[in-house]
Design a protein around this ligand. Structure first.
Ligand SMILES: Nc1ncnc2c1ncn2[C@@H]1O[C@H](COP(=O)(O)OP(=O)(O)OP(=O)(O)O)[C@@H](O)[C@H]1O
Ligand SMILES: [Mg+2]
Length: 311
């Protein structure tokens, strides 16, 4: 099956000359959860805005389920639900009126049973007659999701869905998103929370300064870029790293009771076997050892900061 969203050579230069996106090529597969990860100002909201028809692209094209977002705007847009980064809602409307109106905007026939299900799934049913202004910040975010789902979209964009949301609500939202995906909806979310990408995404795209610097299956990404740390507990306390081991990039930790060795899992030689051999030759007795894998967070910081100095 062709991808549900296809982005080709997309660039955006805002009036005033700032280039927010630089030649983006990206395909989103059906029913996947794709996390777009990037620092402030990377271009995440701009990219979503273009796909949803809120921002004009400067160069390039986007199709949504085969519909060109410009030539065939209505068809493309009707497939999309957007949960915007900023909360923008008529404050004195009730929750029910707000989602009914959102559905109406897409000329969908009334379907109160469907809207009831959406509100129940988001634990908002009890609040259906409350005015939006009286809701807490987290509940307002849920209303935004309900509005975005009101016209039964096949694709849902969540732009920073859980920014400023407490841990419990965040987990609830993750569950809502998983359920939606299970029902066949494709989800694209942006986040600063690595934990969120790590927890939810099937694939992760990293965007930095308007460029997609990496797109990878999450598990593969962690395997490929992951560094590992080997911690060795030594039998007798060491005052210094033995001279025979100076070729290895070791550090002494645990008040002289631990040797720490960082290595790249993808390197042709990790050096682990040689290190263990040298240790035994030098008479260093190993009591125990364990390895830890770097998290997506460390991988991300590495990628975004890069090796060079920051401007
Ligand atoms: N309407 C606009 N006019 C000019 N520049 C803009 C406009 N909107 C965004 N930008 C600039 O484009 C860049 C990308 O902004 P964008 O909102 O897409 O980033 P983002 O990745 O969503 O950031 P955040 O994580 O802070 O939400 C920023 O430098 C921003 O200042
Ligand atoms: Mg943004």
């Amino acid at each position: 099956m062709p991808p549900i969203i296809s982005i080709q050579n997309l660039s955006k230069t805002y009036a005033g000359g700032f280039q927010a996106l630089k030649t983006i090529n990206l395909a989103i597969e059906r029913s996947e959860i794709f996390a777009l990860l990037g620092p402030n100002g990377a271009g995440k909201t701009t990219l979503i805005g273009i796909i949803c028809g809120l921002v004009n692209p400067t160069i390039g094209s986007v199709t949504v389920d085969g519909h060109d977002i410009i030539r065939d705007f209505r068809a493309a847009r009707s497939l999309i639900g957007l949960v915007p980064q900023e909360v923008m809602m008529a404050p004195f409307e009730t929750v029910w009126a707000s989602i009914t109106m959102s559905r109406g905007l897409f000329n969908k026939p009334k379907d109160p049973a469907y809207l009831e299900k959406v509100l129940r799934d988001l634990s908002l049913w009890d609040k259906r007659d409350a005015k939006v202004v009286t809701l807490s910040g987290g509940m307002k975010r849920r209303v935004l999701i309900a509005k975005a789902l009101s016209h039964e979209p096949k694709i849902l964009f969540l732009d920073e869905p859980t920014a400023g949301v407490d841990v419990e609500l965040r987990k609830d939202m993750w569950q809502v998103v998983q359920n939606l995906r299970a029902s066949g909806v494709t989800i694209i979310l942006t986040t600063h929370y690595i934990e969120e990408a790590e927890e939810m995404a099937d694939r992760v795209g990293v965007i930095n300064r308007g460029e997609i610097v990496l797109v990878e299956n999450k598990a593969e990404l962690m395997r490929k870029l992951g560094k590992k740390r080997l911690t060795l507990q030594v039998g007798e306390r060491l005052d210094a790293i033995p001279a025979a081991l100076s070729a290895f990039n070791l550090t002494l930790a645990g008040d002289g009771h631990e040797l720490v060795y960082d290595y790249d899992t993808q390197a042709e030689r990790t050096g682990v076997a040689t290190l263990l051999g040298e240790l035994s030759k030098s008479g260093v007795r190993i009591r125990d050892l364990h390895t830890t894998q770097s998290s997506l967070e460390e991988i991300f910081v590495d990628l975004v900061q890069g090796p060079g100095p920051q401007p």
